[in-house]
Write a protein of this length. Structure first.
Length: 70
């Protein structure tokens, strides 16, 4: 199985296709959107923000606990 500067012959290309299969990458499994959303809610830094917001609310500073609407 050697190629030349002019390329492969049709017979060699057919033999390689039969032996190795098509030149394609396998498709990966995709993650469902709901699972990606849950994953973002429980990410480490998101959890830190949830805790900080909860602590600010408990400490009597609800303006620091909720996002600004203005």
């Amino acid at each position: 199985m050697v190629s030349t500067a002019s390329g492969l012959t049709s017979a060699e290309a057919a033999a390689r296709l039969a032996f190795d299969g098509p030149n394609e990458l396998p498709t990966g499994r995709s993650t469902p959107v709901w699972r990606q959303f849950i994953g973002q809610l429980v990410h480490f830094f998101a959890l830190m923000l949830w805790v900080a917001g909860g602590l600010a609310f408990v400490a009597g500073m609800p303006n620091s606990a909720s996002p600004s609407l203005s």
